[in-house]
Design a binder for this molecule. Structure first.
Ligand code: UDP
Length: 324
């Protein structure tokens, strides 16, 4: 199938593009390279450098691609930044997304797989988080993703655009070729691995007084290749649906650090810091629905092989894509 991928030069997008191409699909990437990297573009994909804020550009690229389906990864995704610059999040994630939907309608493209997030749930009343829980975002990032989810419903009802929403929990790990390299790195695992590489002297632990067994936040880390697999399955879904995507297991910040020490064989000094604003104590997915309906099961259930894959990539690319 011909697939149009926005944000295909970013962390999650680049690895999904790689897996789509491996499975025999034809891919056109649309990316403005503001967050993504040229070196993360799979050379087998066609590349169109463009902006979602430009409706003409997106419509031209989509029409030229001849795609039958869209995978929409392009977005800003930093919770903290969204709390200081909400305009950027609503403009890029909501208005930019609307331009994409408009282009889909005008080009007659009837299928979209959307990268959403557990941040649409805010602080959940219980874990694991299944799809029946109320969505109450606590930051503009989560709100912007929820607004796009809500628009999808109406584009389905009115224009027959079928959607699959995948709400990721904590994407982590790497493929053999592509990995995690953000210009501003706020994520836990790459920050710990920078310490292991000797590029930072310590890692901060944001909050040690959470109501969890070791006092640090618990997250559900999902291997990027399992995530990519879910996108492939979503392509073949015939009905519109929304799915939560994680392993169903939780790992605390201290446990992640200890596993990184084990995998790298290097000691990771830590500095205990106050809580980071907007961080719920525990986020764990229930992925029963996608398992039941699309047959998705994560191959990587444990944190150690996820970190091993990330470490391998960071060792090979100590300066990320800059060094390529
Ligand atoms: N975290 C931390 N130190 C860091 C980065 C993150 O203690 O340098 C914590 C963060 O507060 C959260 C967890 O690690 O509880 C995962 O954060 P990350 O930014 O990787 O993903 P998020 O859960 O925000 O999507």
């Amino acid at each position: 199938m011909k697939i149009f991928v926005t944000g295909g030069a970013g962390y999650i997008g680049s690895i999904c593009v790689e897996e789509l191409l491996n499975a025999g699909h034809e891919v056109t990437v649309f990316d403005n390279l503001s967050e993504g990297h040229r070196a993360a573009l799979d050379p087998r994909a066609e590349f169109f450098e463009g902006n979602l804020d430009n409706p003409g550009e997106i419509t031209t690229a989509l029409a030229k691609s001849g795609a039958l389906a869209v995978m929409h990864f392009a977005a800003n995704a930093l919770v903290g930044e969204s709390m200081t610059n909400p305009v950027k999040y609503f403009r890029n994630n909501v208005t930019g997304g609307l331009h994409l939907l408009e282009a889909m309608v005008s080009c007659g493209v009837k299928k979209i797989v959307f990268s959403s997030t557990c941040a649409t749930f805010g602080t959940p009343d219980r874990v694991p988080i299944d799809e029946s829980l109320p969505q109450r975002p606590i930051n503009p990032y989560g709100e912007s993703k929820l607004m796009f989810e809500q628009m999808l419903r109406w584009f389905d009802e009115i224009h027959g655009v079928k959607y699959v929403v995948l709400r990721y929990f904590n994407a982590a790990g790497a493929s053999a070729r592509f990995g995690e390299d953000h210009r501003i790195e706020t994520h836990l695992i790459p920050n710990i691995l920078k310490v292991a590489l000797g590029q930072k002297k310590d890692v901060s632990i944001f909050g040690t007084d959470y109501p969890t067994p070791d006092g640090t936040c618990i997250r559900d880390y999902i291997h990027i290749l399992d995530l990519a697999q879910a996108h492939m399955l979503a392509l073949s879904a015939t009905d519109s649906a929304k799915y939560n995507l994680g392993t169903g297991g939780g790992t605390s910040v201290r446990e992640v650090i200890a596993t990184c020490e084990k995998v790298t064989g290097r000691s990771i000094p830590v500095v205990e810091q106050p809580r980071r604003s907007g961080d719920p104590a525990r986020l764990i997915a229930s992925s029963d629905k996608i398992h039941r309906e699309l047959g998705w099961t994560p191959k990587f259930q444990a944190i150690e092989p996820i970190i091993e894959s990330a470490w391998k990539w960071h060792l090979a690319h100590p300066h990320g894509y800059q060094g390529n």
